[in-house]
Design a protein around this ligand. Structure first.
Ligand code: ADP
Ligand code: MG
Length: 343
């Protein structure tokens, strides 16, 4: 590599002053970049929550994506896993394979990455750098309190029959952008700009996840699509669910509803297609969680305190399987019913 490996790390990934976390009385990162290992000091009464995600060119992002957006997304998808566990971000490592040393690319990538890291007080504490096809692997470390011997981590396995099902934010925008960028869907320029932002720079719902500790019975982040990820909760919790299509469909691109295309786009934006994007879109990085009906006020307070909208879209059933129902709880018939196959 033109610029040496160590100079590259020094220039783009090592910070003279680390994130605010470093300066708190609870200095969790005891040793950062520069030695054989970094040292992370968990506080007494806490557990470490750990997750890795790899982004591969061509599979997870387009080769021409803005590197600043790529840096953001690489960390965002990892922070989203911490959010789904109710963990507070502490630090992360970055394993990077680069085809060549492209300094403008590196500058933009590290800018996007470290901006999001700083916003969450999450310190880049180490990593590895090698030459090879572009590949970005991040491991994040977060903190979850243990109270009276019990971990406060949100798991997939705690949903119980009668629990409400909620989703944060909106669903389907990222899939709309993906289809448009692949050329299988036409979108007006202003709508594309908005949904593209959701695809390339997702917002990890970290504050909501932390606020839901002790309230949510189960949680997961929506990365593969609502129904697929809900199924992970159902499997781990040994129960079923009913999703109200009336509420689910309102989750689509709520912020673009005003400018929703009409006329030539009517067929593509049929209710059927909208529901498909909501239920099986993917790449949303919203939180999907369950909570007892007695906790509705607490869920709303968690949403308010974290400034994150949440929508109640269904209920956990004792009967296994996933059902799409109308507002009266009756199975939906006709065109919507065909989405059953995603279950
Ligand atoms: P080693 O040979 O012991 O694996 P390296 O030479 O790979 O160490 O890395 C030197 C230091 O730089 C280590 O502290 C390592 O964690 C850090 N580092 C390497 N690559 C990165 C990167 N992409 N981002 C952050 N830190 C990195
Ligand atoms: Mg190494």
């Amino acid at each position: 590599m033109a610029l040496g490996e160590f100079d590259l790390i020094e220039r783009y990934f090592k910070r003279p002053s680390l994130s605010p976390a470093r300066n708190t009385p609870h200095a969790d990162v005891a040793l950062g970049i520069g030695d054989d290992c970094a040292l992370l000091q968990p506080r007494p009464g806490t557990q470490l929550a750990i997750s890795s995600d790899m982004l591969v060119e061509g599979r997870h992002f387009f080769p021409d994506v803005d590197p600043a957006h790529l840096g953001h997304k690489a960390l965002a998808v990892n922070l989203s896993d911490l959010a789904a566990c109710g963990a507070k971000p502490l630090a992360f490592t970055l394993a990077l394979a680069l085809p060549r040393v492209d300094e403008p690319w590196l500058a933009a990538f590290s800018r996007g990455l470290l901006k999001l890291a700083d916003a969450h007080g999450c310190t880049l504490m180490g990593g590895d750098t090698t030459q090879g096809p572009l590949n970005i692997c991040i491991t994040v470390f977060g903190e979850v309190p243990v109270v009276a011997g019990k971990s406060q981590a949100l798991l997939r396995s705690g949903a119980r029959p009668g629990d409400d099902i909620y989703v944060s934010g909106t669903l389907g925008d990222a899939r709309l952008a993906l289809d448009a960028l692949r050329g299988t869907l036409q979108l007006p320029a202003d709508v594309l700009a908005q949904v593209r932002q959701r695809l390339e720079q997702p917002t990890p719902r970290v504050a909501l996840g932390m606020a839901l500790r002790g309230i949510a019975t189960a949680a997961i982040d929506v990365s593969d699509g609502l129904l697929g990820d809900l199924n992970h909760i159902l499997k781990a919790s040994h129960c079923g669910a009913s999703i109200d299509t009336h509420f689910a469909i309102q989750l689509i691109a709520a912020h673009t509803n005003e400018s929703w295309p009409t006329g030539q786009f009517d067929a593509e934006f049929s209710l059927q297609n909208r529901l498909g994007w909501v239920l099986a879109g993917g790449d949303d990085y919203e939180l999907l969680f369950t909570a007892p009906a007695t906790a509705r006020a607490a869920v709303l307070e968690a949403a308010r305190s974290s400034a994150t909208p949440v929508t109640r879209i269904g209920r956990i059933d004792a009967e296994s399987g996933l059902r799409l129902v109308d507002t009266n709880g009756q199975p939906v018939s006709g065109q919507f019913a065909s989405f059953d196959h995603f279950a």
